[in-house]
Design a protein. Structure first.
Length: 144
């Protein structure tokens, strides 16, 4: 899972029961420390207790051999992150899932178009819909 914000953390919580471990990749060392030491992400999801199988790292390399990578980032970060993933030579069978809304400034491309442009051989899925991270984290029904 690339992205340690509220949506990435909520999706990790949702997927955790069917996974042995989920790693959130993020930039904020404070958020990473909070997740790893306290099983919390109080910056983005205050009060939510995370499953101990959810870990966090600042190293995108942990995604290299993942079965599934969810890209849960601001749309402005998708291109550079995909370029980094391409340089890592991730497993060709790894499924990428874009969970980011929006279009790229300057090109008008959807997130799926950017991912396909940079990582054309990777299987790709998209998750979208009207969701709120707090509700997903609590296991409430959503429209997706």
């Amino acid at each position: 899972m690339v992205g340690c914000g509220s949506w990435g953390t909520a999706l990790a919580t949702l997927l955790c029961p069917s996974s042995s471990q989920i790693t959130l990749v993020g930039r904020s060392e404070a958020v990473i420390e909070d997740i790893n030491s306290r099983n919390r992400n109080d910056r983005y999801l205050p009060g939510a207790l995370l499953d101990p199988r959810i870990r966090a790292s600042s190293d995108l390399g942990v995604a290299k051999d993942a079965d599934l990578i969810l890209l849960v980032l601001p749309s402005s970060a998708i291109r550079s992150t995909c370029e980094q993933l391409a340089s890592l030579k991730i497993n060709p069978a790894t499924i990428l899932t874009t969970c980011s809304k929006g279009i790229e400034r300057g090109t008008g491309k959807r997130m799926s178009e950017i991912i396909t442009e940079i990582l054309p051989e990777q299987p790709l899925a998209a998750l979208s819909g009207p969701n709120h991270a707090e509700e997903v984290c609590k296991g409430l029904a959503t429209m997706t």
